[in-house]
Design a protein around this ligand. Structure first.
Ligand code: SAH
Ligand code: SF4
Length: 354
């Protein structure tokens, strides 16, 4: 049986694992042992499950695949704080996962899709187009890869951001299933609050997310405060314009009591003017929120440039004077193309040409 036709073990939740082992005549506590092996011990091969009988290990081997990600290349930023891995999925498309080491944080940035259908003009993933959705197990495994590495250093991931390739709300069920699997108290046990989903602003999904009252953090990629400009940068704005989007954000904050984050890639002469900052402050007035300003990470398919330091700081100052909390984020690992989809975008170009 080829690896492709096996079921990826991380695609199963605990109940499904219990059901599968039940078919093999094994009691539920055995399934729990497998679960703990995967998500507590972080084992990645059936032979590591020495607490199980040999026949059961063999069954696991025959029935399940333990890896869906082939590591192609690993990159380290010059300060060694950011590691980026380019993987290929078993059927070929590239995806990327990043580990960022901050003072106390160990943040893993994961992908939810290979490519993206939404075509934001400045985004390398958007420039690549859409390949396919990731399964929940493929999303989970990205975190496990870095969890195993950190485990060797007696550490573990503290946060997971869904800000890699793809639009998490375009792959809603698999994304939530992956978070639920990683949050499971009998396994990986990473609290929902340690996850942040970033979305381009798909309103129906934001409403669904609000209704589910999940504890996961939410970030909205806003980037412009006025429809014509936002549509020229994020074409999906035509369908989900700013006014309705902000309304959905207000509903989210009201229903959950949680602060919402807005992301703003600052592009020289495009969305970094004093007027734009003032409009943004007006738009967000009264909303419990935070703005992350990120100078644009230039990509090959877009001619825009990042704003100068002076313009970044003027933009931030206006927001702060207007009472909007704001952080300027430096894109980590610029020197290893750790911006969204940049590396996989290059790999995809090579892949398509091959
Ligand atoms: N699809 C989701 C999550 C992935 S993108 C979303 O769009 O929110 C993660 C963040 O990186 C988004 O805020 C996106 O707008 C931003 N981004 C994409 N390309 C960028 C670039 N070249 N420079 C700076 N930020 C970028
Ligand atoms: Fe997709 Fe997000 Fe990139 Fe837009 S910014 S193309 S939604 S990954």
């Amino acid at each position: 049986m080829s690896a492709v036709s096996k079921v990826l073990i991380y695609d199963l939740d605990l109940e499904q694992l219990v059901a599968q082992l039940n078919i093999w005549g094994e009691p539920p506590y055995r399934a729990k042992q497998v679960w703990e092996g995967l998500y507590l011990q972080l084992w990645s091969k059936p032979e590591e499950f020495t607490n199980l009988s040999k026949p059961l290990r063999q069954k696991l081997q025959q029935c399940f695949s333990f890896s869906s990600l082939n590591e192609v290349e690993r990159f380290f930023s010059t300060d060694q704080k950011t590691t980026k891995v380019l993987f290929r999925l078993l059927d070929g498309p590239p995806i990327e996962t990043v580990l960022m080491r901050y003072a106390e944080r160990r943040t893993v940035c994961i992908s939810t899709q290979a490519g993206c259908a939404l075509g934001c003009v400045f985004c390398a993933t958007g420039q690549m187009g859409f390949r396919r959705n990731l399964s929940s197990g493929e999303i989970v495994e990205q975190v496990l890869v870095f969890a195993r590495q950190l485990n060797d250093e007696a550490e573990r991931p503290t946060n997971v951001v869904l800000m890699g390739m793809g639009e998490p709300f375009h792959n809603y069920d698999a994304t939530m299933a992956a978070i639920d699997r990683l949050a499971h108290p009998d396994g990986f046990n990473m609290g929902a609050r340690r996850f942040t989903i970033s979305t381009v602003g798909l309103i129906p999904a934001i409403k669904r997310f609000t209704a589910e009252k999940r504890q996961i953090g939410l970030a909205i990629s806003l980037h412009a405060s006025e429809d014509a400009l936002r549509t020229s940068m994020l074409p999906i704005n035509r369908r989900y314009p700013i006014k309705q989007l902000i309304e959905a954000c207000r509903e989210y904050v009201d229903a959950t009591g949680r602060r919402i984050t807005f992301e703003w890639a600052l592009i020289q002469g495009v969305n970094d003017s004093v007027e734009e900052a003032r409009n943004l402050a007006l738009l967000l007035k009264g909303l419990i929120c935070h703005v992350n300003v990120i100078p644009l990470n230039p990509t090959s398919g877009y001619s825009g440039a990042r704003s100068t330091r002076q313009r970044v700081s003027a933009f931030r100052q206006i927001l702060e004077t207007q009472g909007i909390s704001c952080t300027v984020r430096v894109r980590r690992g610029i020197d290893i193309h750790a911006g969204c989809g940049q590396l996989a975008g290059q790999a995809e170009a090579t892949f398509s040409a091959a």
